[in-house]
Design a protein around this ligand. Structure first.
Ligand code: ADP
Ligand code: MG
Length: 627
């Protein structure tokens, strides 16, 4: 009774945030620093069809960011609407999301800017007599009046974060913020060489970029030293196009920097695609230097995941692998054409020829159109992009895509996975001598896809397949780290692995030992790694998971001071790679496993002390049955 009363007199506590506060919070997502506003305003100008875009900043954008364009302008109502959250003219239904051709579409930028700065908008359309002036502060319209103005739009935002001191204090020094602004400016200007851009900072013109070709724009932006030192990249297929320029090898720098990828004219960052380019340059540049590139990939927006946040520069492709192969091939081709790489001795790169997207058109009714398409010729002509040198280690890629090995009906998908990439079974005997259990005579039986029954002279062994395999792998790895390294299978499409900081530190420490164990992993900065090769018996597609699981496993051992780093690594790998219960094994796999086990130095226990098999003697069994 008493308690009920108390509850009744408590006031409700949930209330809606005032618009300006909600907007300020949301704005933090879109406008993190002056450069974010620069990007949004410049993109809006591009979307508005402007041919001239001028950026004016004072105080590294902290006191003023203004973008003036000669685009289509806005009506009075649209000008008011533009500052509402989720107000956009660029999409109207969900389907539009898959056809995005504009830079913006979320309708968040202007609302965000108006929430965290004092904004002055001037705009006029061709068809209107007068323009309109709007002044907005804290998301509230302070002034709205007709003005005389040129066609187009000018948006000035003053005193960024004037009402969010915490954010303002968080801004970096002027040189640092200016650098960010210049980066964004370059990215937009690079993507639209057919437009005029200028950048004026504290009254001084920093860039004045006349409309021109992409090559001219690159030279304007990145410097004269690239003049005559770039190679044109251009490949077209039905799936996607790529064009742009890469710097000749001699222009490679020791700092990453002049590297630009654009997808449908939007700047993106991609360690994965960067790797494709680096691979194409291969041995032409020193390991620690970076070639210039400005590459534009155009493909159907439906092939992209557009749900990535606009301020993030990562992108997701529907089919990442084909984009990788395509970029790499295109750059290789470009370098070859300009006689930068030797063109002799090329042969068909089977990896690409067998990609679904490439081979499929030839099997359906589109065959005749497909064979006349550029896609077909790109991938079939000699010395084209997809030809790689035959002497490379890529030779065995062909095996990978060769005739499928006869897969008998009884073989399950799982046991197929147990085959390595050459189609060999995993359990190749460590040493060809037969085990003391000459199982040749009596058939070996798998029980519940978990145990193996192994008849002996005077009884039988019940082998636990997981434990047995763990022991086999452990001893195999032990040999490999100390002696002859394990064979590495080059990954067809190197996988990137992004790790948490702590895991990245850990993985870095383990790289040399992992190399011995057949994993070729290259650090890529920013806690990213590229997995170039894996032991031959890791099923393709599982490479990344296998590293992640290994790290997880390793951390379990981390507190165990009695083991060395190496020992922990081997134990982790053995645990992680051992076949799991429920895995069906073929007769041959069972036999190899058993032979491998009894060729081990210590066959009866796992490294972690679990029994690998239990022995059941005939006379004991008989006793149990009262005989
Ligand atoms: P989005 O670009 O995602 O649509 P914004 O908040 O950046 O969202 O802009 C909202 C709308 O305001 C745009 O859809 C466009 O119609 C209009 N707009 C913004 N900037 C300009 C500009 N410079 N010229 C003409 N219209 C503009
Ligand atoms: Mg926009």
């Amino acid at each position: 009774m008493q308690q009920n009363k108390q509850i009744l007199i408590l006031p409700d506590i949930i209330h809606l945030l005032p618009d300006n506060i909600a907007n300020q919070i949301a704005a933090g997502e879109v406008i993190q620093r002056p450069a974010s506003a620069v990007k949004e305003l410049m993109e809006n100008a591009v979307d508005a069809g402007a041919t001239e875009i001028k950026l004016i900043i004072n105080d590294a954008g902290k006191s003023l960011i203004q973008v003036i364009d000669n685009g289509k302008g806005m009506s009075e109502t649209d000008a008011r609407m533009a500052f509402e959250r989720h107000a956009t003219s660029k999409i109207s239904n969900i389907d539009d999301l898959f056809k995005i051709k504009t830079m913006g579409f979320r309708g968040e930028a202007l609302a965000s800017i108006a929430a965290v700065a004092q904004v002055e908008l001037k705009t006029k359309r061709l068809e209107d007599e007068t323009g309109i002036l709007l002044e907005i502060e804290n998301s509230i319209v302070k002034k709205q009046e007709p003005i005389a103005s040129a066609i187009g739009t000018s948006i000035a935002m003053k005193n960024l974060f004037f009402n969010v001191p915490a954010r303002r204090n968080f801004l970096k020094s002027n040189p640092a913020e200016l650098r960010h602004i210049v980066d964004e400016f370059i990215r937009v200007a690079m993507a639209f060489p057919e437009l005029f851009f200028s950048l004026t900072s504290n009254g001084q013109q920093v860039f004045h970029l006349d409309a021109g070709t992409l090559k001219q724009r690159i030279v304007q932006l990145l410097g004269n030293n690239y003049n005559a030192k770039v190679v044109s990249v251009q490949e077209e297929t039905d799936y996607m196009n790529i064009y742009g320029f890469v710097g000749k090898p001699e222009t490679a720098k020791k700092t990453r920097g002049d590297q630009y990828f654009f997808v449908n004219n939007r700047f993106i960052k991609s360690a994965y695609l960067n790797h494709a380019v680096m691979n194409a340059f291969d041995s032409m540049i020193a390991k620690d230097s970076f070639p210039m590139y400005a590459l534009f990939i155009d493909l159907d927006p439906a092939q992209l995941d557009i749900n990535v946040h606009p301020t993030k520069q990562e992108i997701k492709f529907e089919d990442e692998k084909i984009v990788y192969a395509f970029v790499q091939s295109a750059v290789k081709h470009a370098l070859a054409q300009f006689s930068i790489t030797p063109t002799l001795d090329f042969e068909l790169d089977a990896s690409i020829q067998h990609l679904d997207a490439v081979s499929k058109p030839f099997t359906d009714e589109k065959k005749s159109t497909a064979t006349s398409s550029s896609l077909y010729s790109t991938f079939t002509k000699k010395n084209q992009a997809h030809f790689v040198e035959s002497k490379s280690e890529l030779r065995h890629w062909k095996d990978l895509y060769g005739e499928p090995k006869g897969v008998s009906g009884e073989q399950s998908a799982v046991s197929n996975n147990l085959q390595n990439k050459q189609g060999n079974e995993i359990f190749t005997p460590l040493n060809p001598q037969p085990s003391p259990f000459t199982s040749h005579h009596s058939p070996l039986t798998q029980l519940h896809n978990t145990f193996i029954i192994l008849p002996t002279q005077n009884g039988y062994y019940l082998v636990n397949q997981q434990n047995a395999h763990e022991r086999v792998l452990y001893e195999r790895f032990l040999l490999a780290v100390d002696g002859k390294p394990m064979a590495t299978q080059q990954s067809l499409f190197p996988v990137t692995i992004d790790l948490a900081m702590a895991d990245a530190v850990l993985l870095n420490e383990l790289l040399p030992d992992l190399q011995h164990l057949g994993y070729t992993i290259e650090p890529f900065g920013n806690n990213t790694f590229v997995l170039q090769g894996t032991p031959a018996d890791i099923a393709e597609g599982n490479e990344k998971a296998s590293i992640e699981k290994m790290l997880e496993q390793y951390k379990h051992f981390s507190n165990d001071l009695k083991y060395s780093k190496r020992e922990k690594l081997i134990r982790s790998l053995a645990l992680q790679q051992a076949i799991k219960p429920g895995t069906h094994l073929t007769e041959k796999e069972i036999k190899n496993l058993v032979e491998d086990l009894f060729n081990c130095i210590t066959p009866n226990v796992t490294a972690n002390g679990k029994p690998t098999y239990l022995e059941f003697k005939k006379d004991e069994l008989n006793k149990m049955f009262g005989r």
